[in-house]
Design a protein around this ligand. Structure first.
Ligand SMILES: Cc1ncc(COP(=O)(O)O)c(C=O)c1O
Length: 384
């Protein structure tokens, strides 16, 4: 007698639900490689450094020197000289006392929130905080809640309700979907008044804000012992990996207790070397961040939308299906743009995600926005 296919039924039912809700995701191959001739306004390579010959050469050299893998946890034999060099360079770039490199930005966020909480602690997240911060809060197994997006008054009230607890507050410096900047000075001052620790995820700030050194440093908060920065190496730094930038005592605590650092293989040496070369370029060429701003201004002007604080500009679309169809249509014409739609949008509005990369020429931005505008208008006409 054959048993009922419980798993098959469950998977079919979940797939059907996703189709009904319009939330199906795809991992289609949209790019073929560096020379595929596509105009890329979709990736997170904000400064074009993933394609920069100096960065590629640094990765190649590290492959020759170290091989392909760190081959062990950082606490076994996985800590290599290139990790230390990268940690110092990241700390120098962002103006923080020390750095600790993780295998991804996701792992850095998991590590920092889980290790800094524990008994007697609570977590408050900005309502628009990245999924990795929400997952980290869940994994921390301490009470957590959200406060209204970018609202220092709401944070003040939430902290007042938690007087007596050790509270970690987590926000982003520049938000990945809406592209707005956090009022970090106000949030830091509220945290300071309540003795809370402020964790700022600079995934979209490093390389882009403050001449590439991030928003925390631009606002004079770098080195504040109550402010911890997390970052990813996979966006403006053109590599892979993540980092926590914090006072030495916090770094030491993370090395001893952050499970996503301890029970994880160290960052691949080629990725560390690529990120190190990228940090040096960001330091030497502060104008790169200015080119992102200039392209962002041109993109937002072309769509009559407000310029976002970072590299990602968004173009609202009527619905999720139209947004996906527009992306595929543009891909067929050689232009890559991203797509944000529920459940990944905090306000429920589907949008095209258009990245103002520094290495796009004004002519390329003009050509891409012309094509995007034509596709968006066509989509709107069909709906009307
Ligand atoms: C705000 C934010 N934090 C963290 C991450 C995770 O970084 P990584 O891709 O390096 O894991 C991302 C990337 O998607 C992000 O946008």
């Amino acid at each position: 007698m054959s048993s009922r296919d419980v798993w098959g039924e469950w998977l079919t039912e979940r797939g059907e639900l996703r189709r009904q809700r319009g939330t199906e995701r795809f991992d289609a191959i949209l790019r073929q490689g560096r020379d595929d001739g596509l105009l890329d306004l979709a990736s997170n390579d904000y400064l074009g450094l993933a394609q920069d010959e100096r960065v590629v050469a640094a990765a190649r050299e590290a492959l020759g020197h170290y091989g392909t893998s760190a081959s062990a946890s950082r606490l076994v034999t996985g800590t290599l000289p290139v990790h230390r060099e990268l940690e110092s360079a990241l700390a120098r770039l962002t103006g923080q006392p020390t750095g600790l490199v993780f295998s991804t930005g996701y792992a850095a966020n998991l590590g920092v929130l889980t290790a800094l909480t524990g008994r007697g602690a609570q977590i408050l997240l900005d309502a628009h905080a990245h999924a990795s911060l929400h997952d980290a809060a869940r994994m921390s197994r301490v009470p957590y809640a959200t406060f209204a997006h970018n609202d220092p008054v709401a944070l003040d009230a939430a902290l007042a309700e938690r007087a007596g607890s050790r509270v970690v507050v987590a926000v982003e410096s520049i938000y990945s979907v809406l592209g707005d900047a956090a009022p970090l000075l106000e949030l830091a001052s509220v945290c300071d008044r309540h003795g809370a620790l402020l964790v700022v995820d600079e995934a979209h700030g490093v390389g882009v804000a403050g001449a590439g050194r991030g928003l925390v440093r631009e606002l004079g908060l770098a080195g504040d012992p109550r402010v911890v920065v997390t970052a990813t190496l996979s966006k403006a730094l053109g590599s892979q990996g993540g980092a926590v930038l914090a006072p030495a005592a916090i770094r030491d605590h993370l090395v001893n207790t952050a499970r996503s650092f301890i029970f994880d293989t160290g960052l691949a040496p080629a990725s560390a070397a690529a990120a190190l070369a990228a940090v040096r370029i960001v330091e030497a060429e502060p104008g790169l961040a200015g080119r992102v701003r200039a392209n962002a201004a041109a993109i937002s002007a072309a769509f009559g939308t407000e310029q976002a604080a970072g590299a990602v500009q968004s173009v609202p679309m009527p619905d999720a299906d139209t947004a996906v169809a527009a992306c595929l249509d543009l891909r067929a014409q050689g232009v890559l743009v991203g797509c944000f739609r529920p459940p990944s949008v905090p306000d429920g509005v589907s949008r095209l995600r258009v990245t103002a990369r520094a290495d796009l020429s004004p002519a390329e931005v003009q050509e891409a926005t012309r094509q995007i505008r034509a596709v968006v208008h066509r989509a709107q006409d069909v709906i009307a």
